[in-house]
Design a protein around this ligand. Sequence first.
Ligand code: ATP
Length: 205
Amino acid sequence: MGLNVSDLTIARGGIKVLEGISFALEPGCAIVLRGPNGIGKTTLLRTVAGLQPPVSGRVEAAPESLVYAGHSDGIKATLSVAENLEFWAQVFGNSDIYVAIEAFQLDRLTTRPAGGLSAGQKRRLGLARLLVTGRPVWVLDEPTVSLDAEAVAMFAEAVRRHLRGGGSALIATHIDLGLPEAEVLEVGPYRAKPAEADDFDEAFL
Ligand SMILES: Nc1ncnc2c1ncn2[C@@H]1O[C@H](COP(=O)(O)OP(=O)(O)OP(=O)(O)O)[C@@H](O)[C@H]1O
């Protein structure tokens, strides 16, 4: 099982942003979410990841199958690159960090304190964490921020390998990731209608 989203309505700050959105993410597949700034992509991903409840509708996924990477890299500044990956590997019950180091070309940085990395290097480390989680469903919000073209290609290759291994990915991005196999889901048509005032008459009586 991948991820099933049915008739989902979501809100931010108490205001509905998207409504009636449904999609299925099958193992081995990727969906790229597209839509203008502020439409609700982050809110959708946070809801899918279980970080906030939906207004209505359902998100179904196997228990502990999702991993979410948001805008923050989530790295520990005082730990080295290798220690960061070892930490996350332990949290998720894995031990092999080599695949993650290799996929994001972190081998020459393993002993460096993560706090001293450049923005793009931090982002690569943040994304490398995905590989040590062993979780099949990646939920990623703007994963390529700060990445140069070479690192975007590294990321695309990591996603491709993940899909080949039966994983799946739901990704919000404004750029072309170079993943033509990904299905594109435009969220614009699901923009929530503004709430109708129901006390119009009362206000003028
Ligand atoms: N605390 C809040 N109260 C009310 N509205 C909010 C609050 N926080 C965010 N919003 C609004 O919720 C809407 C959805 O935001 P969200 O971050 O999900 O959009 P997005 O599609 O991810 O945007 P972007 O492409 O810029 O990252 C935006 O219009 C935003 O201004």
